[in-house]
Design a protein around this ligand. Structure first.
Ligand code: BES
Ligand code: MN
Ligand code: ZN
Length: 497
């Protein structure tokens, strides 16, 4: 729990008191707003132990006689000397959370620095995100003896001046909603494939709809058969766990634009009959991270109730397995809306389920903009690595706004081109399209495939295959699933004009 307070640091007698300091020009100790703490910093600086470098930590155990500080521990965290940014405060929030867990500190008090050229609201918002996201651990399936119990942060106070309190409270609320969304994504993703089956998406959708703010509807196999959604049905037909299409609707009741969100919900991707190699196949339980991001964003929407737009979310969910009933290379399916696809590789399954959802969503809900999120191609990892999400779009303005939202969220994206030439690679001899376009530009041809199903509507595709898990670690992102894209979507929705 995070509270905003105007108490003085000297009044805090809990486990960990935190000050942030800037690195000053060479040969000067970092400056702290508290005089007594400054003495300690000066001393440590002389010894070469405290320069205020970015994310540098100095832990001090104040004596009882060290009056002015009653806290059990004092932590000085460096902010460095470069320009301040939202991301920096998220990162140091994560650093504090990790320290607190290691020390088993339960009650924290952070002094939000007021003398810096950066708004207290944004500092508090991003510190809150970093603290919550940085304290995340997934230990549900680990039995712990009492003596190995992990630390748990129970209460965090952010102290600010009286006049800033009201604004900072709102900012912290924003930070908490966004961080909780990231954590919801990680929790869904961390559930193994035998637990997080398509039905789990349906239940989660129903559960958040019950809390109010949004309405849920789940399409089962029968209904998808009537609608001729052979992408979702085909990909799911090799599994004993039937596929689902989860529909979530947020309505303002006003005459406002509609945003359509679509998230890839492959709960396990073995590749199907075009079986993947065994190496790291277990990671393919994370192939539902796009669906989870969209789900968590809708949970945040239900809470924040934005007034300027209606939002519809579609999560096609299926398990891609080989069996005697599975789709085979060479099969031809009919996507929603009638386009036929020659399935030459059953491992290119994401685009098949997304195509149905996009075509259905565009026709049914007549959106003004569409964003899909998917762990779609290994090729995006070759192109961009693990630190930029691939963005492909038919619309410059939408792209600009998503890039800006990602920047604010600390989830940077990089736009890749999309043009008619690439469609050539998807020409089939026997159907309207084939589902693979060869090795060249794999991320772009995947997007070109999706583009066939959105028509002229402003649309953007986020390929998160490189950023959804592993090698994405930061002080506020542990190993495993990162929770990427939910906060970008939330930022995008908040800044909708
Ligand atoms: N889910 C994978 C993409 C993926 C690969 C995500 C590695 C994260 C890490 C997707 O369904 C897939 O298998 N794509 C194929 C497409 C190919 C067969 C055209 C790929 O990228 O190899
Ligand atoms: Mn695949
Ligand atoms: Zn996949």
């Amino acid at each position: 729990m995070i509270v905003v307070s105007n108490k003085k640091a000297s009044q805090f007698s809990g486990d960990l008191l935190v000050f942030f300091v800037r690195q000053s020009e060479k040969k000067r100790p970092p400056v702290c707003s508290d005089k007594l703490v400054q003495e300690r910093i000066d001393h440590a600086f002389e010894l070469g132990d405290c320069q205020g470098k970015k994310e540098e930590c100095l832990l001090i155990y104040p004596e009882r006689v060290f009056d002015g500080v009653r806290a059990k521990r004092l932590l000085i965290v460096g902010l460095g000397g470069d320009e301040l940014s939202r991301e920096l405060f998220r990162r140091v929030g994560g650093v504090v959370a990790q320290k607190a867990l290691a020390l088993k500190a339960e009650k924290l008090f952070l002094v939000v620095p007021e003398e810096l050229p950066f708004s207290a609201s944004e500092m508090a918002e991003c510190l809150s995100e970093g603290l919550i996201l940085g304290a995340y651990r997934f230990r549900k399936y680990i039995k712990e003896e009492d003596d190995e119990k992990q630390g748990e942060i129970k209460r965090i106070s952010l102290s600010v001046t009286d006049s800033a309190m009201a604004h900072v409270r709102k900012a912290v609320k924003r930070g908490v909603v966004a961080a909780d969304a990231g954590i919801a994504v990680r929790n869904m993703a961390n559930e193994p494939g035998n637990v997080w089956i398509p039905q789990a998406f349906a239940e989660y959708g129903r559960k958040i709809a019950e809390k109010g703010g949004i309405v849920s509807r789940i399409l089962d196999v029968d209904e998808m058969q009537q609608l001729k959604m052979e992408g979702i049905l085909g990909v799911g037909q090799g599994s004993a766990h039937p596929p689902k299409l989860v529909i979530l609707e947020y309505r303002t009741g006003k005459n406002v634009p509609t945003l359509l969100l679509v998230g890839k919900g492959i709960t396990f991707d073995s590749g199907g009959v075009s079986l993947k190699s065994g190496e790291n196949m277990g990671d393919m339980k994370y192939d539902m991270c796009g669906g989870a991001a969209v789900m968590a964003a809708m949970e945040a929407v239900a809470e924040e109730k934005p007034g300027r737009l209606d939002i519809v979310a579609l999560i096609p969910a299926a398990e891609n397995l080989p069996s005697s009933t599975a789709l085979k290379p060479g099969d031809i399916i009919t996507q929603y809306g009638g386009k036929t696809v020659e399935v030459l590789n059953t491992d290119a399954e994401g685009r098949l389920i997304l195509a149905d959802a996009l075509a259905y969503g565009v026709e049914q809900f007549k959106p003004d903009a569409v964003i899909d999120v998917a762990t779609l191609t290994g090729a995006v990892i070759i192109g961009l690595g693990h630190h930029r999400t691939g963005l492909l779009s038919n619309n410059d303005e939408l792209s600009t706004n998503i890039l800006a939202a990602g920047e604010r969220a600390g989830e940077p994206l990089w736009r890749l081109p999309l043009a008619d030439e690439y469609r050539e690679q998807l020409k089939s001899q026997v159907a309207d399209l084939k589902n693979i376009g060869g090795r060249a530009a794999g991320t772009i041809t995947a997007a070109a495939f999706l583009q066939e199903f959105v028509g002229k509507i402003p649309w953007a595709h986020l390929d998160i295959a490189g950023t959804a898990w592993n090698y994405t670690e930061k002080p506020y992102i542990p190993k495993g699933p990162s929770g990427i894209a939910a906060r970008t979507l939330i930022e995008f929705i908040r800044s909708w004009k």
